[in-house]
Design a protein around this ligand. Structure first.
Ligand code: ADP
Ligand code: MG
Length: 492
């Protein structure tokens, strides 16, 4: 279903553009040799070179590793890689920006990663292409702390100069028929999850919103259903949770609709999100928009990328989540839901593939056990080989499903050994001997004459009752398929 907001004057739809920042994984910073292993447990200002602290006369040196990461991400989103791009200075003043400018790649020039796309599930369940305008490299800023002292601000420059990749979605203003953009809060979340998946699968970034290695600026406008062309948008800055992003989009859309419906115009403002209230408010209006006075950084040469460099990186590209999902569904016969759950992280898909091993027939049962049991017990570090063994034992009719579950629970509770050893230790062996099952069936039928008569009068739904009784009589050890078969035979 298309996401629509009903207003007093009619139906409104949303137009959403996201500018997502991910912190690039690299050994050192974008233009200095200081460690880029930014993590909050490191003591403040211990990973700061003279370049990051903007000491006079220090010169930036481009870190090729960051460039390769940008190319890697670009290839993963099917993008054009620019053979030539430049770095420019974006001037603004803030205590956590000692240079007085951020080195970035200006919007007017080709960025390292040009036009690309990725696919998300749309609100009506179909696959939707989201166009990406660009992804460019820039320096991260330091961090200011305003809450450590009553009248002082502290600055930590560890993050200053770490490479960010800013990924901007595309809106085809000249061609409004091209609806490859985000149109609902849920689609925004799915898009961001895709970015995160791709960043993690390629090793470009941890893209973790809680840890601050992924954040997004959210552009929203609304328009009447059926209207062509786009209206004025606002931009809500620095969003760091999926939930807040969805709340902000929804709130901002309703605020704009109210403005239009009261006869006013929306102005192109920059907003802040108020977490406690789930509302947005104006941070600066268009009139106060900052003039960054971009100019090419005279200390940096243009960035030249060769075909050879791109091809070398292409050869090292891992299988991406979308391709992996398609393979799980095609080769292994999983449904879309299972495939999506099992490709959420590289660790999970590795575990899954290891448990399946070279037996595709294990895929479905392994997926079921992982999704319904293992995901519910994240603290349980089961070995993939143990799950392989467990599902093989069921497939070979050595144990039945109930016994498998009992073994699993024992392992969960710390029982030592692999499933076979545990089954032996506790005498869990499925009864497949038809003679023994026939005997139990005969006893159950004899003891439930009234129910047998009912069944024979046409109440075949009662089969489950007999199956249950036979299973109980065999201490849960009988092979349920054999029990079913024999019961049906005897009940005719
Ligand atoms: P800026 O340079 O001011 O950041 P951009 O042109 O780079 O603006 O656009 C930023 C983001 O806003 C992009 O994702 C773009 O698709 C989106 N955007 C542009 N116009 C609109 C609009 N009318 N409604 C919603 N999003 C928009
Ligand atoms: Mg922008």
């Amino acid at each position: 279903m298309t996401y629509i907001i009903k207003g007093k004057t009619g139906d409104w739809e949303l137009v959403i553009g996201l500018e997502t920042h991910i912190e690039v994984l690299s050994h050192s910073k974008l233009f200095s040799g200081a460690s880029a292993d930014y993590n909050p447990t490191v003591a403040p200002n211990t990973q700061v070179s003279f370049v990051d602290a903007a000491m006079p006369g220090m010169l930036p040196t481009l870190n090729r590793e960051c460039v390769n990461q940008a190319i890697r991400f670009g290839l993963a989103i099917n993008a054009e890689i620019s053979k030539r791009s430049i770095f420019a200075r974006k001037q603004y003043f803030y205590p956590d920006l000692p240079q007085g400018y951020q080195i970035s790649q200006p919007a007017e020039e080709p960025p390292v990663v040009g036009r690309g796309w990725l696919e998300i599930e749309s609100d009506n369940g179909s696959v939707k292409k989201i166009l990406i305008e660009r992804a460019h490299m820039e320096q991260d800023a330091g961090k200011s702390f305003h809450d450590k002292h009553p009248n002082k601000t502290f600055v930590d420059l560890n993050r200053s100069g770490v490479c960010l990749l800013e990924i901007v979605t595309f809106l085809d203003i000249k061609n409004p028929e091209n609806n490859s953009y985000i149109t609902s809060p849920d689609e925004a979340e799915r898009y961001l999850r895709q970015i995160r998946e791709i960043a993690r699968a390629t090793g470009v970034s941890n893209a973790n919103m809680e840890e601050g290695s992924m954040r997004a600026d959210v552009n929203v406008s609304v328009r009447k259903v059926g209207e062509t062309g786009f209206r004025t948008r606002t931009e809500t800055k620095n969003m760091v949770s999926f939930k807040f992003i969805k709340t902000a989009i929804e709130f901002e859309a309703r605020r704009q609709i109210e403005i239009y419906e009261s006869g006013d115009e929306v102005s192109q403002d920059t907003m802040r999100f108020n977490q406690d209230r789930g509302t947005t408010s104006v941070m600066r209006s268009k009139e106060d928009a900052l003039d960054y006075r971009y100019f090419p950084d005279p200390d940096l040469l243009p960035l030249i990328i060769t075909d050879d460099q791109i091809e070398k990186i292409r050869e090292t590209m891992p299988e991406l989540p979308a391709a992996k999902r398609a393979r799980y569904m095609g080769e292994l016969g999983l449904n879309a839901y299972d495939a999506a759950r099992l490709t959420e992280s590289v660790e999970v898909s590795k575990w899954f593939e290891s448990a399946v091993g070279d037996k595709p027939a294990r895929a479905k049962p392994v997926a079921n056990w992982m999704i319904s049991e293992l995901f519910a017990h994240p603290e349980f570090e089961m070995k993939p080989a143990d799950l392989s063994e467990l599902v093989d034992m069921i497939a070979a009719a050595e144990i039945n499903g109930k016994q498998a579950k009992d073994i699993f629970i024992k392992m969960l509770d710390g029982e030592k050994g692999n499933p076979k050893e545990i089954a032996d230790r506790f005498g869990m062996k499925q009864i497949t001997d038809t003679g023994a099952i026939e005997k139990a069936v005969a006893e159950v039928l004899a003891a439930n004459a009234a129910q047998v008569a009912e069944y024979k009068s046409g109440k075949t739904g009662m089969l489950g009752f007999f199956v249950g009784a036979v299973m109980k009589a065999t201490g849960g050890k009988a092979n349920p398929a054999a029990v079913n078969e024999i019961l049906k035979e005897k009940l005719i």
